[in-house]
Design a binder for this molecule. Structure first.
Ligand code: MV4
Length: 510
């Protein structure tokens, strides 16, 4: 049911921070007017200043402002907005909100309510994917509610170790590892309790535990004319407590063949729920390159820029385009991946103190820039960072020809970044980029929590396998040559350039 293209004039952005600014920028480039909404804490925020008009919607606490559907719909109706972009978080994955927009004749810039609903309930999603021939992790197959008795019986079949997961879950809430039948009852009770507290739904299901896997996701785009394409993968294994910290595109683990297989799988997954707009298929990929569907995020993702840099596509503009009923601007054959991109999430938190959130006022702010550097920020000098919202204040995205160049460029950009008045995780990123396993691309989702420390370890270096050493040598010599090349020519000074580089290296603070 192809729809006639509708012309948008005005888009309401139902979000705050860097993503609201990102969406407003896309709208401006398309000649669209924008409406911002803001809470008490965001009265003078960057997204408010960038929009054509802005309206106050309530107190700082999200439950009384950014999460209140009626307040946002009221502003949209009063201002004559044709469409609402939800960004990520907040109302972005609420089927009821997508439905309410449609009922009011306002375009929701995202998938339809039915797709959101099908993917939001993880048992339904698993069942739908299995029926569509998408590989899921072996586990319970029923699409109905499972009793403790059902689950205990299924556990024997699934075999240990296994995971209990919440049907309403996502992001690891209500998830329990179980190693034996003896642990089963206790784990079921506590998983149900946590899921009930978090989602008001205590239903759970089982999956075999896949150990040492990477978290790789595929970006998909669909239009109202039945076309679905994929834009390749993003490597998202660098995370801590289910919060991603650094993402890259492509994944150092994925070759042309695996990309084609995973891409075809992601397109099949999206087609199975008649997906329209931008979405992401999250997968686990084990050591042997077996991949499994985990869940689908039915929204624009934080890390979408790394895909934009490598595919040279503007995903937000594409979202607006398809929401207007137009076809996708490219076919699958027209998607090319060039070079490499990495994103560091800049969080107001203290990496030297268990990543404790850091609040306060940004007294001074200097952003990195120069070749291959993009900063998607939601804050300016003088802004107060409060505990009301996510600690992520900006994203530093770097692109280049090769992974090695991007690592070197990211170190350069991070060291240009100056944020005063708050603690940030910039020192974490610098230490990570210097870690040998990261440089060699040898990491999984447990890396940051189990094998990484802010202090560089000698031991790590000694355990290196020869191939890592070779990759490192290439990276290190490239870096040394670059640094050596930038100091004055030989014979113009009594000290060799190599000595200067060594001295400068010793003085590095990060
Ligand atoms: C898994 C898994 C291992 N085996 N499922 C965590 C959040 C949710 N999206 C799914 N998660 C996982 N599911 C099976 N069968 C390991 C994780 C997991 C994880 C996944 C992606 C990114 C980071 C993670 C960190 C810990 C566990």
């Amino acid at each position: 049911m192809a729809e006639t293209p509708t012309l948008f004039r005005k888009v309401l952005v139902a979000n705050r921070g860097e993503i609201a600014v990102r969406v407003i920028r896309a709208c401006r480039e398309l000649g669209l007017q924008t409406v911002a909404v803001y809470s008490d804490a965001d009265r003078n925020a960057m997204h408010v200043r960038y929009a054509t008009e802005a309206y106050h919607i309530g107190p700082s606490i999200p439950a009384q402002s950014y999460l209140v559907m009626d307040k946002i719909l009221d502003v949209a109706l009063k201002t004559g907005a044709d469409a609402i972009h939800p960004g990520y978080g907040f109302l972005s994955e609420r089927a009821a909100f997508a439905r309410a927009c449609a009922d009011e004749g306002i375009a929701f810039i995202g998938p339809n309510a039915d797709s959101i609903e099908k993917m939001g309930d993880k048992i339904t999603a698993r069942y739908t994917m299995q029926s569509a021939g998408v590989p899921v992790v072996p586990g319970t197959d029923s699409k109905d509610v499972l009793s403790d008795e059902d689950l205990r019986a299924a556990a024997e079949q699934v075999t240990f170790p296994l995971l209990i997961k919440a049907t309403a879950g996502g992001g690891g809430k209500g998830m329990r590892r179980v190693h034996s039948m003896a642990e089963c009852d206790g784990a079921l009770a506590s998983a149900r309790r946590e899921a009930t507290a978090a989602f008001g739904d205590g239903n759970v299901y089982l999956e075999k535990l896949i150990e040492g896997a990477r978290h790789i996701e595929i970006q998909v785009l669909g239009d109202m004319h039945g076309s679905v394409i994929h834009l390749g993968e993003r490597e998202c294994s660098i995370q801590r407590r289910h919060q991603k910290l650094l993402e890259e595109c492509p994944s150092p683990f994925v070759d042309e063949q695996l990309r084609a297989q995973m891409g075809a799988m992601a397109v099949r997954a999206a087609e199975a729920v008649n997906y329209v707009n931008a979405g992401t298929v999250e997968c686990l990929v084990d050591k042997d390159k077996n991949f499994y569907f985990l869940e689908m995020n039915t929204r624009l993702q934080v890390e979408h820029p790394v895909t934009e840099m490598v595919t040279n596509m503007d995903i937000v503009k594409e979202q607006i385009r398809v929401a207007r009923g137009r076809p996708l601007s490219r076919t699958q054959d027209q998607i090319e991946m060039n070079g490499w991109a990495m994103e560091c999430r800049i969080n107001a938190e203290d990496p030297y103190n268990n990543f404790l959130p850091s609040t306060g006022t940004i007294t001074s702010l200097t952003l990195p820039s120069g070749p291959g550097v993009r900063v998607d920020t939601g804050v300016v000098e003088g802004d107060a960072i409060t505990a009301y919202y996510d600690p992520m204040i900006a994203k530093l995205i770097v692109s280049g020809d090769t992974r090695g160049e991007v690592i070197l460029r990211m170190r350069r950009a991070l060291s240009e970044y100056r944020i005063m008045g708050l603690k940030t995780n910039i020192p974490f990123h610098l230490a990570l980029l210097d870690s040998l396993r990261f440089q060699a691309g040898q990491f999984d989702t447990t890396f940051v929590e189990e094998r990484f420390s802010m202090e560089p370890s000698e031991e790590d270096a000694q355990k290196l396998r020869p191939e890592i050493a070779a990759i490192l040598a290439a990276l290190a010599s490239h870096r040394m040559r670059q640094q050596a090349a930038q100091v004055v020519g030989r014979n113009e000074r009594d000290v060799s350039n190599w000595k200067l580089v060594a001295r400068a290296d010793k003085m590095r603070r990060y």
